[in-house]
Design a protein around this ligand. Sequence first.
Ligand SMILES: Cc1cc2nc3c(=O)[nH]c(=O)nc-3n(C[C@H](O)[C@H](O)[C@H](O)COP(=O)(O)O)c2cc1C
Length: 258
Amino acid sequence: MSDVLNANTIIVDGKQRYYEPAPTNMNVEAFRQVVTSRRSVRKFTDKPIPKAVLDDCLDMAMLAPCSSGLQPWEFYVVRSKDKKAKLVKACMSQYAAKTAAELIVCVARTDRIGDYAQKVLHDWPTPNMPPLVKRYYQLIPYNYAPGPLNSFGMLKKAAVKVGGLVTPLPRGPYTSKDLDLWAAKSTALACENLVLAFRAHGFDTCMMEGYDEHRVRKLLKLPNGALPIMVIGAGERADDGVFFPQIRFDRKLFIHEV
Ligand SMILES: Cc1cc2nc3c(=O)[nH]c(=O)nc-3n(C[C@H](O)[C@H](O)[C@H](O)COP(=O)(O)O)c2cc1C
């Protein structure tokens, strides 16, 4: 039994719940056009990206789903002439970096889990945080902490190995490497949102992992818990900005119905 109370409250089986029904006026062809017209662009014109467009794209990037809602990402829009020149060099002077109107370094953060779990507890958007959710966020800093030389993680791994014999349990993250992967997943999703948002605004991008991580870290003074995931070059596509037709293998290689 359900009964809509107002725009975002519904009563289900006597309990008040948040209510956000799926919008129905979606335009799949507009989405398809964005997805299919996205290409990795290696040569941009010198047209600047309006600040409002850049900000809108970054805002859409940060609407990407993220593990436990912890938003383990950061975007460094490198604007200073000096820093930009250094970043282009760190990107091995790739054409896509050299000609881009904007260069954005996308960074995954594993060192803010505790702070952001606190922030979720503090900023929770409804008056009563469900007790189980509250407990989950209170425990996150302990659950995710690998400890010195991954010692806590290894203890947790042993406990999960035993507990996992009787019930399904999440296997990790245990080590600091696991945490890197944990943060990289969500950050890469935000990167995809970012490039699609630029495309939807009529601009183009090139994701780049061909860079010298040491130099990028130094340039941005990144701490240990920060992991550069990719540099995104963005701008207006030059007419000859896409160098090759798109290659995608037969879908049968990748899609398995099991
Ligand atoms: C994580 C990642 C890293 C990439 N690094 C580079 C790069 O350093 N330089 C480059 O020119 N393209 C780079 N690319 C672009 C790929 O080469 C490109 O996506 C692929 O060839 C498919 O072409 P398409 O994006 O036009 O469909 C990268 C793409 C991804 C997803």
